[in-house]
Ligand binder design. Structure first.
Ligand SMILES: Nc1ccn([C@H]2C[C@H](O)[C@@H](COP(=O)(O)O)O2)c(=O)n1
Ligand SMILES: [Zn+2]
Length: 184
């Protein structure tokens, strides 16, 4: 075997194996991480019918605000009503909480990840805060006036909105060792 043949055989054998210092494959993409964070926040909601989560991200991919739908501070989750006809008077929406919980002053150019399409009141806050992009998972009631008004305002104010797409369906996180995270 001459030296050229030997070299060819070695490189063939080694090609499928990444070098020891290579990064791991299968890590979460930024977008899945942000929407995953919004969905995890939604799990804090006490609303029996609809749990919504929101996550605001700046241009440097830093999370700058997280929120979920819930009663205002000081208004007990156990005494204020969660039924369909009455909760609307009290509940703070996920988007509103994420904006109010922000850890930076200026949200100009930020992106909002939210599990449901924003209502008209949240659209006003989104616009006024300077958020320029909204990713949402679904629009539950596109024909309701509040969502029609919301779309009208977002469009007029050049806030882009887009259905969130992912190559994954689920992210499963273990809370006990060996702490697997399964993305499928
Ligand atoms: N974009 C949204 C939409 C809804 N919510 C919250 C507000 C309520 O807690 C609940 C809505 O329930 P539904 O009227 O559909 O029974 O979800 C939100 O935070 N953000
Ligand atoms: Zn809202």
């Amino acid at each position: 075997m001459d030296i050229n043949t030997l070299t060819a055989e070695m490189s063939l054998e080694e090609s499928p194996r990444p070098p020891k210092s290579a990064k791991r494959e299968g890590y979460l993409k930024w977008e899945d991480y942000f929407m995953g964070t919004a969905l995890l926040a939604a799990k804090r909601s006490k609303d029996p019918n609809c749990q919504v989560g929101a996550c605001i991200v700046n241009r440097e991919n830093r999370i700058v605000g997280i929120g979920y739908n819930g009663m205002p501070n000081g208004c007990s989750d156990d005494t204020f009503p969660w039924d369909k006809n009455n909760k609307q008077f009290y509940v703070c929406h996920a988007e509103m909480n994420a904006i109010l919980n922000r850890n930076i002053i200026d949200l100009k150019g930020c992106t909002l990840y939210v599990s449901r399409f924003p209502c008209n009141e949240c659209a006003k806050m989104i616009i006024q805060s300077g958020i320029t992009k909204v990713y949402y998972i679904y629009d539950k009631s596109p024909n309701k006036d509040v969502y029609i008004a919301s779309k009208k305002m977002l469009e007029e104010a050049y806030v882009q909105f887009e259905v969130f797409k992912s190559e994954h369906k689920t992210i499963v996180i273990d809370l006990t060792p060996p702490l697997n995270i399964n993305v499928s």
